[in-house]
Design a binder for this molecule. Sequence first.
Ligand SMILES: NC(=O)C1=CN([C@@H]2O[C@H](COP(=O)(O)OP(=O)(O)OC[C@H]3O[C@@H](n4cnc5c(N)ncnc54)[C@H](O)[C@@H]3O)[C@@H](O)[C@H]2O)C=CC1
Ligand SMILES: O=C(CO)COP(=O)(O)O
Length: 330
Amino acid sequence: MKTEDPSMTKPHIAVIGAGAWGTALACATAATGADITLWMRSPVPPGTRVLPRLPTVRLPENVTITGTFPQSADVVLLVVPMQTLRDVSTRLETVLAPSIPVITCCKGLEEGTSRLPLEVLAETMPGRPCGVLSGPNFAIEVARGLPAAATLACAELALAVQLTELLNTSSFRLYASDDPKGVQLAGAAKNVVAIGAGITIGAGLGENARAALITRAVAEIGRLAEATGGRASTIAGLAGMGDLILTCTGRGSRNYSLGLELGEGRPLADILAARTTVAEGVHTAPAMQALARATDVSAPIMETVTRLLAGEFTPDDARHLLLDRPPTLE
Ligand SMILES: NC(=O)C1=CN([C@@H]2O[C@H](COP(=O)(O)OP(=O)(O)OC[C@H]3O[C@@H](n4cnc5c(N)ncnc54)[C@H](O)[C@@H]3O)[C@@H](O)[C@H]2O)C=CC1
Ligand SMILES: O=C(CO)COP(=O)(O)O
């Protein structure tokens, strides 16, 4: 009788959240040959291979959809909207073995606390090895296997390297980093800047203005990263500059397209009412403004986008994004 060699056991990657990005990450990591389980909160009929958020993508055979949280896996990717991370991770913690590493793939700050994703997990999953994955990655392109890259950061570089080796594929290239704070700050802040970039174009301020906005955002995010214990140099990488370029110019971005509509004069409430998908920048902007104020960092872009979203500025005032400050040194 044949006995199974335990060293030949396939890795198991669990993805929590079957929105656009969770579905795409299930597809991308399936290319490692691992067994993938994809947790979704809404049940689907048995045999479902196409999920609502990416209706043109068929899940690979080694992806299993489940409604039950994993107790074990080689790694768990948490891919839910930022404002649900605390609730979902609290529930997951009750069943998941304590040594299993968890990677957050959320891009945002928690509204009300201004916590970064890993700061939330430090409270809900204390002592667990954790990391963050972030980069210029539109879900549909990653799901289709088009080439893309991202940064995977952990406080311990050795863990980041180990996880990149587990998750890297020939089309989804991962770079390891030991600056999780900088990576998280970059991923959260770019959503706010993308709304600003959309407003700039929607309000007719022009592409020069958008380029200036993106460039000044790099400096602003660098200051915020340093204030939270991250490195400004991280903002030059995939999670910073890379994602700013993508999200502030690509119409596939939900944050950018929301900004476009705002800039054209449509009320925020109407824009949100017509959407079912998450635009993280709407929640992250006030949290970023609060963080900047609490850490005494000059953050005029975060401040202005927050005030535009709150209706304190009209799109006609959008030039505040760039112009209403005295000249200074670059
Ligand atoms: N879509 C993209 O291209 C990318 C998204 N991200 C980030 O990934 C995160 C998730 O975004 P998407 O998947 O795009 O969002 P989405 O809007 O496509 O889907 C969100 C998913 O979360 C689920 N969900 C909502 N509330 C929940 C709750 N209370 N408990 C459990 N699940 C809940 C929904 O059912 C849905 O499946 C966000 O932080 C986003 O910034 C990061 C990189 C790329
Ligand atoms: O994070 C993303 C691309 O890297 C997706 O951006 P949006 O959430 O704005 O669609």
